[in-house]
Design a protein around this ligand. Sequence first.
Ligand code: FES
Ligand code: FES
Length: 161
Amino acid sequence: MTQVKMTVNGKAASGDVEGRTLLSQFLRDDLGLTGTHVGCDTSQCGACVVHVNGEAVKSCTMLAVEAEGAEVATIEGQANADGSLNAIQQAFQDHHGLQCGFCTPGMVMSAAALLKENPKPTEADVRHYLDGNICRCTGYHNIVKAIMAASGQDVSAIAAE
Ligand code: FES
Ligand code: FES
């Protein structure tokens, strides 16, 4: 076992892990942050996306030991300080960007990373960026709309689905 230390959602976190322990496993099983979902473990679904040092990462593709010393952000740290939904989360709610919710943490984390690098994405930009996030329920339309709305763009011309 190896001790790992990192900062998760602004707080120091540590634990003893095996060399093969995935970051997703460490977050869920050791830290109890089960908002990071695991849909495939094979780097396809994007339900496990977190931020590592500000970059969106599929946490099932990274070993916990590789995150030694890193700043990690998960869905649990995304709400505003007063506990209210942040702009992206609120937009998902307002525009029906979720149904079962399984993909949602990964979608929100990917959306946050997208809007950081591209604050006013086009619909095509959003669809391209979400290439690595699978949703089995929504057909993606309302997710794309929610992310564009979260960026402050008028989405009233985009048809509802
Ligand atoms: S659980 Fe990581 S991409 Fe599916
Ligand atoms: S809302 Fe069910 S998988 Fe996306």
